[in-house]
Design a protein around this ligand. Structure first.
Ligand SMILES: Cc1ncc(COP(=O)(O)O)c(C=O)c1O
Length: 394
């Protein structure tokens, strides 16, 4: 007899560690912007694995690249070279203006690599300043860099040498720079912090402070990168020239990959033995990354992301005008959009879910829209229509 969705979930609760607040759904397949649960119900996916499935589900070119590579060579260790890693490093460097790549398996790991590189660059300097409300990952170093007490408090003591200051407050940032500071680390648009878009002049001033004090500027593009905001990398919107950027999430369309890219003057500080990752940059991961990067970083594709993002934001702003007592703010760039409610987000998310739309919440009141970048305007219209009714009922 076939197992029911509830049976599967109960078994999961018994054997899988309890680290996530999961909705009671088991997904079995996806295609484009849609996913299907075990009972055959279809959902429009505006979560996209939290900004991971930027090419949607089961993208034919990604699936083909993974299948072909799996038949030839899955893994071969970084004791040797593999062509896929070389090709992907070249493409990501050319597209980002960076010089060298280090491959890992997640965003946190990419940030750990950046932290270590900054400390090696700093020699006796080791202190890294990040911003309040930032999110850089759950491993112990990335967690120390994360500017949110709620993620840190149960895990103290954290490694020393990290502090965070409020975003937008240049005086606080300047005051925090000490003789032992080696880098400033930030997300251009804070994702987990609530889709917070900063002032261009603030970011420019941060960069000037970095230059003045010989600090590395590390930009965490784990969520914003690979076309999500309508540019290949969000720093490009603000004319920044970071020394290090980190990528993960969409970089290999859901195949696990994290990347640290660095300018030569920083990259040169890593020498053999300084850092490594068994799985990082495997032929299989890089085959997935290569086809993903070729599509996601194409100029015409990026223009389409900008257009669809503007269309989505316009639709949300129209809803905000219709429901002024329910929507407080609509913000974001490209297809990374936050919609801040004046009411609890959970019942709205539940209504959307029961009407076949997946949306994720940040905190208690923000709806986060990070759909596949291949989304069609007709899907955006459908999402807006269902959100309109959900808001009317909440
Ligand atoms: C900006 C940012 N950095 C780092 C991370 C951590 O990435 P991962 O979960 O792949 O370790 C995330 C995850 O949400 C993120 O949004």
């Amino acid at each position: 007899m076939e197992k029911s969705m509830n049976d599967a979930i109960n078994c999961g609760k018994k054997y899988v560690m309890n680290t996530y607040n999961r909705l009671p759904l088991v997904f079995t397949r996806g295609e484009g912007c849609y996913v299907w649960d075990m009972e055959g119900k279809r959902y429009l996916d505006l979560v996209a694995g939290i900004a991971v499935n930027s090419l949607g589900h089961a993208h034919p070119q990604v699936a083909e690249a993974i299948a072909q590579q799996a038949k030839v060579l899955i893994h071969c260790s970084n004791l040797y070279w593999n062509q896929q890693q070389i090709d992907l490093a070249k493409l990501l460097c050319e597209k980002s203006g960076m010089d060298k790549a280090f491959f890992a398996n997640s965003g946190a790991e990419a940030n750990e690599a950046a932290i270590k590189l900054a400390r090696k660059f700093g020699k006796e300097r080791y202190h890294i300043i990040s911003l309040k409300k930032s999110f850089h990952g759950r491993t112990i170093g990335a967690l120390a860099a994360t500017g949110q007490e709620k993620y840190q408090k149960a895990f103290r003591p954290l490694p020393e040498g990290f502090s965070s200051v409020p975003s937008g407050d240049l005086h606080a940032l300047a005051a925090e720079i000490k003789p032992e500071t080696c880098a400033i680390m930030l997300e251009v648009i804070q994702g987990e912090g609530g889709i917070n878009v900063p002032d261009a002049s603030y970011l420019q001033s941060v960069q000037e402070l970095c230059r003045k004090h010989q600090l590395l500027l590390i930009i965490d593009e784990v969520q914003t990168g690979m076309g999500r905001t309508g540019k290949g990398f969000a720093f490009e919107h603000f004319g920044l020239q970071p020394d290090i950027i980190t990528l993960a999430k969409a970089v290999a369309s859901g195949y696990p990959m994290g990347v640290m890219l660095a300018k030569e003057h920083a990259a040169v500080y890593f020498v053999p033995g300084d850092h490594a990752s068994t799985f990082g940059g495997s032929p299989l991961a890089c085959a997935a990354g290569l086809v993903s990067a070729q599509i996601l970083l194409d100029e015409d594709f990026l223009v389409s992301v900008t257009e669809k993002g503007a269309y989505f934001q316009r639709g949300l702003k129209t809803l905000a005008a219709k429901h002024p007592n329910k929507i407080a703010d609509v913000r974001g760039m490209g297809l990374m959009i936050g919609c801040e409610l004046t009411i609890e987000a959970a019942p709205v998310i539940e209504k959307l879910l029961s009407n076949g739309v997946l949306v994720n919440g940040i905190g208690n009141a923000i709806l986060r829209f990070v759909p596949p970048l291949i989304i069609e305007k007709s899907d955006i219209d459908l999402a807006l229509e269902i959100l309109d009714s959900a808001l009317a009922e909440c």
